[in-house]
Design a protein around this ligand. Structure first.
Ligand code: ZN
Length: 484
């Protein structure tokens, strides 16, 4: 109203003055936020520059290395050195790419040189990415027959894990518009886009190759496909280890994780790759494999074959070419059983996962949504969960917990159990109670809610938690497993 009463020249003058003051403020604010974060990241990286990781076991002629990559190029970024070293030592390698990277719109637009792109363009783009992947791996010495592309949808793996387990409710790719694999060279052409198919395919790859060492992306990787790939491979790995027919090889096989996306990581200022400083002291045991200069050169030349990716994010990709590669391991977690009611409350819980804290600006500012840990215990009737934040639970923050229960035959529900929590309203889900105290939320979940078929107790439960301020994501944990 005030503006309306002013004459045009005065209005223009006022707007110009406001803009002249506001724009620099926004710019300076943004710049200082970036400076604060970069400075902090640099400080944290320098603080851990003394960190010396234990050595990762050197590959031998006995090594059978199976690398799972969520997209074409992750195998090279995380594992080119160990692939090359295993082949040079006379060992065996197989690389299985779960998606063909067919959901990268900007890259497809650039490839097609037009803004409007169609589903068939994404499929054609994926075929090109497969060729790049094959050329990059052949450059390391791997034969084409040892490379597989499962053909699941790019940017769809997490949604499939969460909500599309059954072939009756397949996932539809926003890019290719497919609900099943359109690639004729997939091990199972026309595989339905659902959790059941991916798990079966991953299990089949493990059983056919009988690896001594399995690699997949870390569960705490920022990219949803990478976090979900970790969940599928972990679940399949545990499954094949339980089968008596795999006893001779699976019991001694090792599962390790490589990291690709995590905030501003990897830092640009060192020749040695170290884990993100905020993840280093948590629950992953990191090891380092030193690469020879020749192996580092091979990694660089292999990466050069991924021209569609280098055109989009070359600086990020080449930052993985270092004098070493790092791999992490996570210990399995069994849910403690409450032995007696006399046990002190703080002694009942076991730690399911530890999550990095204050590792980006939003998490630094919203401590009530900065997840620190998840812990659990159970008794005869209930599963008790505790979510711990860095600061007090806040009214404006939404907390989301997802649970997917599997029984001993790997039966699970079509959708995961999703609990939407906040500081004020009661839980809609029947039978589940919630208590908030300081920086923790505790949940009591009847075991009957976790049955996959009537009367069957779960054998393993996959859990993840996310926090949001309105629709803005604050934190997410990635998927971890709790054994019963
Ligand atoms: Zn990827």
């Amino acid at each position: 109203m005030f503006f309306a009463r002013l004459s045009s020249p005065k209005r223009f003058l006022l707007w110009s003055s406001v803009t002249a003051v506001a724009l620099p403020c926004v710019y300076v604010g943004n710049a200082s936020a970036r400076y604060y974060y970069h400075h902090n990241a640099l400080y944290r990286n320098q603080a851990q520059s003394h960190l010396v990781l234990p050595k990762f076991t050197t590959p031998t002629s006995q090594t059978r290395l199976l690398v799972f990559a969520p997209h074409c190029d992750d195998d090279i970024l995380g594992c080119a050195g160990i692939i090359r070293e295993t082949l040079q030592a006379g060992g065996f390698v197989r690389v299985v790419t779960i998606t063909n990277g067919d959901g990268f719109r900007t890259a497809v637009q650039q490839q097609e040189k037009r803004f409007r792109v169609e589903p068939k363009d994404f499929v054609r783009f994926a075929e090109q990415r497969q060729q790049e992947s094959i050329a990059a791996l052949e450059n390391l010495g791997l034969e084409k027959k040892n490379i597989a592309f499962l053909g699941y949808p790019d940017r769809g793996l997490l949604a499939i894990w969460n909500d599309h387990w059954s072939p009756k409710q397949p996932f539809t790719s926003r890019y290719t518009r497919c609900t099943q694999c359109p690639y004729p060279n997939a091990p199972r052409p026309s595989a339905v886009y659902c959790g059941e198919s991916i798990l079966e395919d991953v299990e089949a790859q493990l059983e056919a190759f009988r690896p001594t060492q399995v690699m997949v992306t870390h569960p705490s990787d920022d990219h949803g496909d990478h976090a979900a790939a970790a969940a599928f491979v972990q679940k399949a790995f545990r499954r094949v280890q339980q089968e008596t027919r795999n006893r001779d090889w699976a019991a001694t096989a090792n599962l390790s994780f490589y990291l690709i996306h995590r905030g501003e990581w990897p830092p640009k200022n060192s020749t040695t790759l170290l884990p993100p400083p905020e993840m280093a002291p948590l629950d992953t045991e990191w090891r380092s494999l030193v690469l020879s200069p020749a192996e580092t050169t091979k990694k660089r030349t292999s990466l050069a074959f991924h021209s569609t990716q280098l055109a989009m994010s070359g600086g990020f990709l080449t930052s993985f070419v270092r004098s070493n590669e790092i791999f992490g391991e996570l210990k399995p977690f069994t849910v403690p059983v409450e032995e007696s009611v006399q046990t002190r409350p703080d002694q009942k819980f076991g730690t399911v996962l530890l999550s990095p804290i204050s590792d980006n600006l939003i998490r630094s500012l919203q401590g009530g949504g900065d997840i620190k840990a998840i812990s659990a215990y159970r008794d005869a009737k209930q599963l008790h969960l505790k979510l711990e934040m860095r600061q007090s639970i806040a009214r404006q923050i939404r907390y989301v917990v997802r649970l997917r229960a599997f029984d001993s035959k790997d039966h699970t529900t079509p959708r995961s159990i999703t609990l939407f929590l906040n500081a004020v309203s009661a839980l809609k889900a029947s039978g589940i109670s919630k208590r908030i105290q300081g920086n923790t939320i505790e949940l009591d979940i009847p075991l009957s809610r976790l049955e996959t078929r009537t009367g069957t107790l779960p054998q393993t439960i996959a859990i993840s938690a996310d926090t949001y301020l309105a629709s803005l994501e604050i934190d997410k944990t990635g998927i971890r497993f709790m054994d019963f």
